[in-house]
Design a binder for this molecule. Structure first.
Ligand code: SF4
Length: 346
């Protein structure tokens, strides 16, 4: 039986790079597009923040999935700067995951045995307000191919490293040419067998899943795993579903990681529907992350007791493969900590 043809993206879609250029970058423009006023957020108890250091950045495709006139829209709340970000809350730190300590050489984090993470790009196609790397010093990281030599040398010299995770920022912000160059340099290292790509672009900017990207990943000598990042079922519609389907039909393994976010997905119906839509599109729900305690994101925190209740309910409503692992990253640990069954909370 022949494989289904890879579905085309809409032929009238602008190129992904053009869509990046036309992304909404001002809070006023975002509100205008949704027919909302600052007063709508004041009356909803969500006063806004004008933050030039971490500005609004939303591509049209993601904006199109928001509900006009709804200040509580779960997609909008992921990208909306709120005054709560300026609140000083004990325990919420600039670098709670202590990534600085894991930085082996420029651009390379070595946290876990057998795999390393490359900060392959210094930007994303969206500014998520809860971002765990919102304070990351990206300006220190490689900006051109030659800058990667120390990282490549580090990987070449350690035979125990079998997997490279391309992260960032978002590695799919690299052009097709630059991504191929980096991929080809990595593929010359014989002890590497797996390439993992952590990306939110197929979700927020699905036109990034173009023919060049599919060709590169499908022809790679690596076993390629693409880990996307969606938090709410309304993200998995329209072009996003088509983009995921194209990745799947190119033969790639697809996983999703979500963050448990107050007011966005901390309810059972949203989580059930998210898992169902992901599975429908061939994506396995992999991780549900406890929020990393980064400075400025405390208003998104859901306590683990509630997270465990939600996971228990998910187990009663979904098959096991559709229930993500509820995890937390703890600095210095040899792997993510599964917190579904642990009771402690510091
Ligand atoms: S896509 Fe990921 S790295 Fe980029 S802003 Fe969002 S959470 Fe942060």
């Amino acid at each position: 039986m022949s494989a289904d043809p890879i579905p085309p993206l809409k032929t009238d879609s602008p190129r992904w790079s053009d869509q990046l250029v036309s992304a909404v970058r001002r809070l006023d423009d975002l509100l205008d597009r949704l027919g909302l006023e600052p007063a709508d957020f004041d009356s909803a108890g969500l006063p806004l923040l004008y933050n030039p250091e971490f500005p609004v950045f939303v591509p049209e495709s993601f904006l199109d999935r928001m509900e006009p006139g709804n200040p509580h829209d779960p997609l909008l709340l992921q990208v909306l700067p709120l005054g709560a970000e300026t609140k000083e809350v004990p325990g919420f730190l600039l670098d709670p995951l202590e990534e600085e300590a894991a930085r082996a050489v420029p651009g390379l984090l070595h946290k876990y045995q057998g795999r390393v993470l490359m900060i392959a790009a210094r930007s994303c196609a969206v500014n998520c307000r809860y971002c765990f790397r919102r304070n990351y010093p990206y300006q220190q990281e490689p900006s051109c191919l030659a800058d990667w030599e120390p990282a490549l040398d580090y990987i070449r010299s350690d035979n125990s490293i079998h997997e490279v995770i391309l992260s960032g920022g978002d590695p799919l912000m690299l052009t097709d040419v630059r991504l191929r160059e980096l991929h080809d340099l990595l593929s010359e290292i014989p002890h590497l067998t797996r390439l993992r790509i952590h990306t939110r672009l197929p979700i927020v900017l699905p036109s990034r899943v173009n023919a060049e990207l599919l060709s590169l990943l499908a022809s790679s000598r690596f076993s390629v795993v693409v880990v996307v990042h969606a938090n709410h079922p309304r993200e998995i519609i329209g072009d996003c579903a088509v983009g995921l389907s194209r990745l799947k039909q190119a033969g790639l393994s697809l996983l999703n990681q979500s963050v448990l976010l107050k007011g966005i997905n901390d309810n059972i119906d949203a989580l059930v529907e998210l898992s169902e839509r992901l599975v429908q599109e061939g994506v396995l729900p992999y991780y549900l992350h406890q929020l990393d305690r980064v400075k400025g994101v405390s208003h998104f925190e859901v306590l683990p007791q509630r997270g465990r209740e939600l996971i228990r309910e998910l187990r009663s409503r979904l098959p096991g493969y559709a229930v993500p692992r509820y995890v937390q990253e703890r600095p210095g640990e040899s792997a993510k900590t599964v917190i579904e069954f642990t009771e402690e909370w510091e």
